[in-house]
Ligand binder design. Sequence first.
Ligand code: 5RP
Length: 221
Amino acid sequence: MDGKQAAGRRAADEIKDGMTIGLGTGSTVYYFLEALAKKVANGFKMTGVATSQKTIDLANEWKIPMHALNDVAKIDVTVDGADEVDSKLNGIKGGGGALLYEKLVAKASARRIWIVDASKKVEQLGAFPLPVEVVPFGWKHVHAYLSEKGYRPELRYAADGQPYVTDAHHYILDLHLQSIANAESLANELDHLTGVVEHGLFLGMTEKVIIGYPDGHTETL
Ligand code: 5RP
């Protein structure tokens, strides 16, 4: 077992019969979906709302009942991963490129739980490159602006050498900031930048973080 598996399995204990559940994206969420699929196979009733095509594909494979975000009035709880989380439960997400749909699903949720291994816990956010989702039209100008600000943006590429394209057909600029002294002010700046669709700063957007350890035990923040 690794920490991601321990956290994913533990999060499945939080799910009650009849819930509508936001399903995050990533390798930690994989273990949560695996545990959820077992519950469903045993007759558990639930509806999932996915945050990415990857998660839809896994959910379909494992016969987890799904609805689109537009087809549900509310989500009881969303379980998602994170790339970094600090002691105030602020985080960076979007390493897997699903930040826009993850934020939309998180905002539609009554409760949010993040599942991570211990490597994701940080004193200060920013060592992990901050994903910024941008519209492809004119992206080089947004890149130039972010460069001038000293944010060291890099266009994300897919394995085939082409720019990485999100599920919503946008590009991602990863900001190599090393550390973020004032996450609120950076989030505010990015929120107001034309061409930026969304960014990976998730501030005040989770109520609980489950940290998993390789020996199988978990800790809750
Ligand atoms: C995807 C995300 C993921 O939750 C984040 O990248 C963590 O992924 P993993 O569980 O694979 O480490 O934000 O956009």
